[in-house]
Design a protein around this ligand. Structure first.
Ligand code: GDP
Length: 199
């Protein structure tokens, strides 16, 4: 499916603008700069599908991508979070929109929550993990930028992430370890997406 057509569908600045819920969806979430755009591009094998952007103004939108012709499923690029300088009302708006989306989107099969290998799970991540748990949206954590740290450190952060996943009701116990730079874990990520939308 990832070898076939993949196309940007639309951006939804609020949930009134969501596309009709017609096929299964998998959403990608993570702090700004976690490597979400790079991972979406690596996943789909498109160099510039997801635009890299670190400007807070563009972080409020949900971006939808159609996969397959005929349409098989959608990827949802969720707005990044954790901007140090984000104004309070923007954070509030983000929480409202994300909560509405997570609670009301019955075609949402799974969320993938990206965790930077260098940082591990932070409180800003726990915020969305809790939202996912409360909305009962199944999710899986994906470590990004694995190439940036030593193998021993990677083993440690993966273990710590798995330990936390096991304590969380909606979390998949197994962690995906990836690098958009080296391609590590990309086939496994593709398989995880396909599994989520077909099961
Ligand atoms: P986003 O804000 O979450 O969409 O993050 P981006 O995809 O824009 O990546 C943020 C920065 O991290 C960019 O400078 C990327 O080149 C870099 N980056 C992303 N993924 C990787 C990776 O797997 N390995 C390395 N070394 N750098 C990465």
């Amino acid at each position: 499916l990832f070898a076939g057509p993949i196309a940007f569908l639309k951006s939804a600045p609020t949930i009134e603008f969501l596309p009709d819920a017609v096929v299964p969806e998998v959403a990608f979430a993570g702090r700004s700069n976690v490597g979400k755009s790079s991972l979406l591009n690596a996943l789909t094998g498109r160099n510039s599908l997801a635009r890299t952007s670190n400007t807070p103004g563009r972080t409020q939108e949900l971006n939808f991508f159609d996969v397959g012709n005929p349409l098989a499923f959608r990827l949802v690029d969720m707005p990044g979070y954790g901007f140090a300088k984000a104004p309070k009302d923007m954070v509030k708006k983000w929480r409202f929109m994300v909560n509405d989306f997570l609670r009301g989107r019955d075609v949402l099969k799974r969320a993938l929550v990206l965790i930077d290998a260098r940082h591990g799970i932070k409180d800003v991540d726990r915020d969305i993990l809790e939202m996912l748990d409360k909305a009962a949206v199944s999710y899986r954590m994906v470590i990004t930028k694995a190439d940036k740290i030593k193998a021993s450190e990677l083993a440690e952060v993966t273990q710590a992430t798995a330990d936390e996943a096991r304590k969380r009701p909606a979390a998949h116990p197994e962690i995906l370890v990836t690098s958009s730079e080296t391609g590590l874990g990309i086939p496994e990520l593709r398989a995880a997406v396909i599994e989520a939308v077909t099961s």
